[in-house]
Write a protein that binds this ligand. Structure first.
Ligand code: ADP
Ligand code: MG
Ligand code: ZN
Length: 202
């Protein structure tokens, strides 16, 4: 048995009878490697000749509209969608074995029954997303997704202040709202002790 539930789909082709669906959540702060880990799992599924589809919310246009891109520059083609229903319409469980969703925290609660439905119909659904927002509060549908998941992996970045494992995303710009999308100019990874809830006063 390998880490992260990869044993569940090992060796099973998309057409396999009795294919077992499941939900895997990769969470953590910004820069913790969620996108890298999602792309690693998707690549391994592709190497196993499974049919995979990768989605991202339309709201996230930080680097590239039709790609998922990590902070290191690692990337893969992705389909931008406005809602979970679009994922359901595009990822047909009889054809697709693995569905990946990056930045899943940006979807509303309707993503939860979508993920559940795909998993119930045999799809391995891997979701990567921020578990906390810039205030350190639960982000959108993440609590529910973590609750229904078979596997939850919490990754950590390196705290930019003290070097400890970082679980929070410190917003550096004076902007309100959960949905503010930005890279290293707007956010940095911090541990519990170094984190200041909300925006750092300038
Ligand atoms: P996430 O999707 O969780 O935001 P990514 O997978 O896009 O993270 O990027 C992870 C990469 O970010 C790391 O491999 C590393 O190169 C880079 N990085 C930049 N700042 C940090 C930090 N403070 N801690 C850890 N990794 C960092
Ligand atoms: Mg990411
Ligand atoms: Zn710290």
């Amino acid at each position: 048995m390998t880490q992260h539930g990869e044993h569940l789909s090992f060796g099973m082709k998309a057409s396999s009878v009795g294919r077992r669906g499941c939900v895997e959540i990769v969470c953590g702060s910004m820069f913790s490697g969620k996108t890298e880990e999602l792309l690693r799992r998707m690549k391994r599924a592709r190497l196993a000749k499974l049919k995979v589809m990768l989605f991202k919310p339309r709201v996230d246009d930080r680097y590239d509209e039709v790609k998922v891109v990590s902070h290191e520059g690692l990337n893969a083609d992705a389909i931008p969608v406005a809602s979970g229903e679009e994922i359901l319409a595009l990822a047909r469980p009889d054809e697709i074995a693995v569905v990946g969703i990056d930045e899943v925290q940006f979807f509303d609660q309707a993503i939860v029954p979508v993920v559940e439905s795909l998993a119930n119909r045999g799809v391995r659904v891997i979701c990567a997303g921020l578990d906390q927002d810039y205030r350190g509060l639960p982000f959108g549908p993440m609590p529910s997704l973590m609750c229904i998941a078979e596997f939850v992996t919490k990754l950590h970045a390196v705290c930019t202040q003290c070097g400890a494992p970082a679980c929070r995303s410190q917003r550096l710009l004076a902007t309100e709202g959960q949905l503010f999308v930005g890279g290293s100019a707007a956010y940095e990874a911090r541990c519990r002790q170094c984190f200041v809830a909300g925006v750092i006063p300038s």
